[in-house]
Ligand binder design. Structure first.
Ligand code: MRU
Length: 382
């Protein structure tokens, strides 16, 4: 296999073609702070599965762009990248006094927060970081920076633990040999480890459950084909790639025992926004009596949003539908294109929402509020 090394904005690429790229993925972190603490390092996910390209992000524009262009993506990973990113940017603020530092911090934070609107983890992580600055009001910028680093690293560390706990709760809903259908990528590339929807699959794999996984390719950006199929195949999971319009077919044949998906925002009534096409999968699963499980860290639950209608859905460029990933344009010039990045799955189609604090079932207004309470109780014990 050819091994190419490419330099890009001060970072390197470790890459070869095809399956060996996927096998090597586990050697790299989805998102982390550079050793010197002056950059966010990511795997550029737009280059997968062709090659593993590691990129160092130092400027506000680079971090914003990496999130907007889905170089780093998936709700939890976006949150971690933003937390590490705002720490890196805070380190570049020249101010000597708290007031100037605070104003400059908030300006940069709001800029990063505007990169993508649907995943609540972005503003959740940035608000946590701002809270740290506010809790240390009046202290020197150097001292505040130390606390910001601790918080950013804590957000990253917690993500691993949260996903593992989601995996344990999810695994209890499955039996050895089950067929699982997943949409988009809610895997380790969308988090720091384990993923959310894939966490039960990874834990089951370690424990000999021999699941059969169907990964929707996930048009238009192919996160299922490029990312989920890649990471599950590398982990030795029995994964079969299907086109998005094949989910009814595999369910009709009885090959799917459960649907596991991630999400970008859970509203107070249990409606969830996830990658476009999730609601079709959920409706089809409902028809065939296949349970639909949404995996959500509590950082993805937004009790301030009453229902799915209030979730802002990101609209993406037309080219993603008409030409991206094709050798040549596959639509007539000038055709109208509608390209929402997410859709809302109605809570009535969701059998359970699996969090690190347990499994919530309808009525979601009550059970999600209960889960949020458990999270607050755990935090106050720390
Ligand atoms: O546009 P993306 O690739 O960021 O969309 C990602 C998803 O929809 C994931 O399912 C969601 O963020 C959950 S990731 C654990």
């Amino acid at each position: 296999m050819e091994q190419s090394v490419k330099q890009q904005s001060g970072s390197s690429v470790a890459a070869s073609a095809g399956e060996s790229v996927c096998r090597r993925l586990a050697d790299y972190e989805t998102v982390r702070l550079s050793e010197a603490g002056d950059a966010v390092e990511i795997i550029d996910q737009t280059k997968l599965p062709g090659r593993i390209e590691l990129v160092s992000l130092r400027s506000a524009e680079d971090i914003y762009d990496a999130i907007y262009r889905l170089r780093v993506r998936g709700a939890p990973a976006i949150g971690v990248a933003a937390a590490l990113g705002i720490y890196v940017l805070a380190g570049q603020i020249a101010a000597k006094d708290y007031g100037t530092f605070y104003r400059e911090f908030v300006r940069r934070k709001e800029y990063l927060d505007s990169a993508r609107p649907t995943a609540v983890n972005l503003s959740w992580a940035l608000n946590r970081m701002q809270n740290v600055v506010e809790c240390h009001k009046g202290e020197s910028p150097a001292a505040v920076l130390g606390f910001l680093k601790q918080e950013a690293l804590a957000i990253r560390q917690e993500d691993e633990e949260v996903c593992r706990r989601i995996g344990e709760h999810g695994l209890m809903l499955l039996k050895p040999g089950d067929g699982i259908l997943t949409h988009c990528n809610a895997g380790r590339l969308a988090t720091c480890r384990y993923g959310t929807a894939t966490a039960p699959i990874y834990l089951g794999q370690e424990r000999g459950y021999h699941f059969r996984v169907f990964a929707d390719e996930t048009r238009p950006l192919l996160q299922g084909a490029r990312l989920t199929a890649c990471e599950l195949q590398a982990a030795g999971v029995d994964v079969t790639l299907i086109c998005d319009n094949m989910s009814a077919s595999v369910m009709q044949k009885g090959w799917v025992n459960a649907v596991f998906v991630g999400c970008d925002r859970v509203a107070a009534n249990g409606d969830t926004a996830n990658k476009i096409g999730t609601s079709v999968v959920a409706a089809v699963a409902h028809y065939y009596g296949v349970p639909v499980y949404v995996c959500a860290p509590t950082s993805t639950i937004d009790l301030n949003t009453p229902d799915g209608a209030a979730i802002r859905i990101e609209q993406r460029p037309e080219e993603e539908v008409t030409e991206m990933w094709y050798r040549e344009r596959m639509a007539p010039d000038g055709v109208k294109v509608y390209n929402p990045a997410f859709d809302v799955t109605d809570h009535t189609l969701i059998d359970a929402i699996i969090t690190e604090h347990g499994v919530a079932r309808a009525p979601y207004e009550q059970t999600l509020a209960g889960i949020a309470g458990k999270r607050m109780a755990e935090e106050s014990e720390k």
